[in-house]
Design a protein around this ligand. Structure first.
Ligand code: F6P
Length: 342
């Protein structure tokens, strides 16, 4: 079979492990030919391809990023976008397409499938906010990086009696903030799911410092928002899928904490450090399992499906289940577990 492969959306540690697994299983077990599309859906729009076979994939398992490149291109923003994608697939002789991405990339995959394109999805995002799968690869790596950063921030915060606001990624959901916050012993965890009240945050910090602790790490997800009418946050430009470009809530939060509590407060924004570099062993294994399952799904002709992790087993779910709603953090994890340490 001739199979196309693309990676879309933000890059993520483990993408190359998926590509390698799809190609290895496809070429060796099924005799497939592969065509890589460059930069996600943009490659299918413009017909830009890359050669892809077992040789090309040698050595890429531990490499971060994606050898195919990626973009946030959405073909459905163009009047003839879907038509151009179909034309490219036809010209390249593609019989099935494996799309590796998050809600946006897989949303496009689902729409194309509805229009008759043979697509299988693989869930990816460091944010871990994709429905229908318990975990996405890249999340574990991001949590590990953020936790190590928080550990380091503790020692410097303690030496200087400071509050440090550490901003992590997480646009719609605070999975990274919650996991890294719990693992790193944060004094506060602020997530997009629950608007935070700055007075209450400062009150808890004051109470904590009054007990004799003089340093606090506040972990804030980039998508966290203050309760209405408390602090003003300026809105930013949006991407091709209509998502605002976030990053910087910590810069708003820190001066407010310092002004209200009198505690010297500093900011660390982890940003793309969380997405770069080598995947953890867990993410390499999950990505490999997803890749193998994806090409098996292609050969079973189960198009319009995404591979997913449920009860630690790889399953296949309709793409529509994955793209219709965001998977948000379990409130119990925040209120019963994380808040015990606030
Ligand atoms: O891929 C998800 C994500 O990492 C979000 O957490 C973040 O808001 C966004 O990507 C950043 O995207 P970009 O790299 O395009 O600025």
């Amino acid at each position: 079979m001739r199979v196309g492969l693309l990676t879309g959306g933000g890059d993520c540690p483990g993408l190359n492990a998926v590509i390698r697994a799809v190609v290895r299983k496809g070429e060796v077990f099924y005799g497939d030919d592969f065509v890589g599309f460059r930069d996600g859906w943009r490659g299918t729009l413009d017909g830009v391809t890359l050669p892809l076979d077992v040789e090309v994939c040698r050595g890429i398992l531990p490499r971060g990023g994606t050898i195919l490149g990626t973009s946030r291109t959405n073909p459905y923003t163009l009047p003839d976008g879907a038509q151009r994608v179909r034309a490219t697939l036809h010209r390249e002789g593609i019989e099935a397409l494996v799309a590796i991405g998050g809600e946006d990339t897989l949303g496009v995959a689902w729409r194309l499938h509805e229009e008759g394109v043979a697509v299988v999805g693989v869930p990816k995002t460091i944010d871990n906010d994709l429905s229908a799968t318990e975990v996405t690869f890249g999340f574990n790596t991001a949590v590990q990086i953020a936790t190590e950063a928080i550990d380091r921030l503790h020692t410097t915060a303690e030496s200087h009696d400071r509050v440090i606001v550490c901003e992590v990624m997480g646009r719609h959901a605070g999975w990274i903030a919650t996991y890294a916050g719990i693992a790193g012993g944060a004094a506060e965890i602020l997530v997009p799911e629950e608007p935070f009240n700055i007075d209450e945050v400062c009150e808890r910090l004051r109470a904590r410092h009054a007990k004799g602790r003089f340093a606090s790490i506040v972990v804030v997800a980039e998508g966290a928002v203050p309760t209405e009418g408390t602090i003003e946050v300026v809105s930013t430009e949006v991407d091709n899928f209509g998502h605002p470009r976030l990053g910087g809530i910590a810069n708003v939060l820190a001066p407010e904490i310092e002004r209200r509590t009198g505690f010297e407060t500093r900011v660390t924004i982890l940003g793309h450090v969380q997405r770069g570099g080598t995947p953890t062993a867990y993410d390499r294994v999950l990505a490999t399992r997803f890749g193998v399952a994806a090409i098996e799904t292609v050969h079973d002709g189960q198009y319009g499906h995404m591979v997913a992790l449920q009860n630690d087993r790889i399953v296949r779910v309709p793409l529509s289940h994955a793209v219709h709603a965001i998977k948000t953090v379990d409130p119990q994890l925040l209120h019963d577990v994380a808040a015990t340490f606030f």
